[in-house]
Write a protein that binds this ligand. Structure first.
Ligand SMILES: [Zn+2]
Length: 118
């Protein structure tokens, strides 16, 4: 009467619950960079709703007109076309021919400029 003796005892490997796979550290994409510079909206020739970059108040800009390059060019054009009849002064009287400066009505800071040319 003989029986085979299961030898060893500690021969089996640990096949059942294998070692947990190491979680690979995923490369984290860098967060999107937001530029710290305030984005000035495109300014038009009229008062417009803007957020002041100085006092951060949502308001309507104050506009001031000043003679710009377009004014002088129009003046020169009128001078050439109409001669010295004084009509070359007309563009200086037309707000639509002048550069527009936008100011904040709250803090009175300069916000931006709308240029007719350039
Ligand atoms: Zn302001």
């Amino acid at each position: 009467m003989e029986y085979q003796k299961e030898g060893g005892g500690s021969g089996g490997g640990t096949n059942g619950g294998g070692p947990m796979p190491m979680p690979m550290p995923m490369p984290v994409p860098p967060p999107p960079l937001y530029s710290a510079t305030m984005v000035i909206p495109i300014l038009g020739p009229y008062p417009m709703s803007i957020k002041c970059p100085h006092c951060y108040v949502q308001t309507f800009s104050e506009v001031h007109y000043s003679s710009g390059l377009a004014t002088y060019l129009l003046s020169g054009g009128c001078c050439l076309l109409g001669g010295a009849l004084g009509c070359f002064l007309i563009p200086f009287c037309l707000d639509s021919a002048k550069d527009v400066h936008h100011f904040c009505p709250h803090c009175k800071n300069f916000i931006g400029r709308y240029k007719r040319i350039g």
